[in-house]
Design a protein around this ligand. Sequence first.
Ligand SMILES: [Zn+2]
Length: 411
Amino acid sequence: MRVSPTVTDFLLLAVLTAAIGVGWLLGKRSVSRTLNLWDFGASPPSQYYRGLNFLLDGSQDSAIDAFTKALEVNAETFDTHIALGNILRRRGEVERAIKVHQNLLARPSLPLAQLHLSHLELARDYISAGLLDRSERLLKDLVAESGDHQRVAQRHLLEIYEAQRDWNQAMLIATELLPRRGLLKAKSSEAEEVGQPVPILLAHYCCEKAEAAVAQLDYQAGRNYLQQALKYDAASVRATMTLGDLEIKADNPERAIKVLKSLAHQEPGFVAESVPLLKQAFYALDRREEFLAYLEDCLRRAPNTPLILAIAFELRDAAGATAAKTFLRQHLQKKPSLRGLELLMQLHSQSEVGEDEALELATINKLVAGRSSYRCGHCGFRGQQLHWHCPGCKHWGSIRDLSATGEIGYV
Ligand SMILES: [Zn+2]
């Protein structure tokens, strides 16, 4: 992920400043001949000052190249090299980051801990560059050889398999990451691990496999995967929605209704997402009145705009535009929304709409079209529809319709 240029520029300057300090120290020590770390020797200060001159001239790129060449790799400069490579990657300069990290690996007597760290950073560079096969090879080696970086490497492997949509491999790795049964509590490193909880990831992988099975019309395999998903994460609204969809496709509307109704307990703000599926199921059984009554019951328990709109649409079809308008006017007073106002105006008959009203409606249409109510709770990505996997930060299940959760109004 690219970080804003101002932040990375500041970090780069900080690392280069650190490099100046380390270089100056090395220069001093080489004079007094006391340096013998990793037996690489000290940096010649003359090469080093070229980098400093570039930096003072404001030529950061040439400064980076000069420092990379001038600053010998040893125990004292290793962290500076790693930091420099990482900042280059965060600035989006992946090729240069790869060079910096490969330069570290070219040292034959690099101690094992530093060798593994360099491997890890290079694997991260390859992911950023989209060279997933190369990264996968490095990460698999790390999993096999490095105890310290094993779990981090496995997390990166998950990133790769998710990008490749290889759910079998992703499930294998994620299962290895699950906390071991029998241990009283997870190791502290596992508790502090960056990334979403593994059971949540596994639930989404199962849902992906279920969707593929449903696409192949293999409903029983789909059901099995979704039951497995709910075992990993009982709160998975995705598993419930997918199971409801599956039962409709498998011509079991009664079963679909039962499944989809459990969303009201799992996450009341999510019920509106299931309205199109519920409608299919209730209509297939010709139980339209019960459908409307169920939605009204959900609205009483958790009032939100998408549900108000769904009920208004249903009322329009079942009882006509006047009933829908009365309902909308009532609810717009309590919960004002642009989409509600838009629907109310659309419900006016042709004879009620003059040129002025048409202009007002067109304005509201534009306002509504320009607003997105779906937002990722992790990175803030905004969109017009629900994604299970955030296109911005690749988190699973973190996008919600904020007009349904009440976090934003008037949309
Ligand atoms: Zn996100």
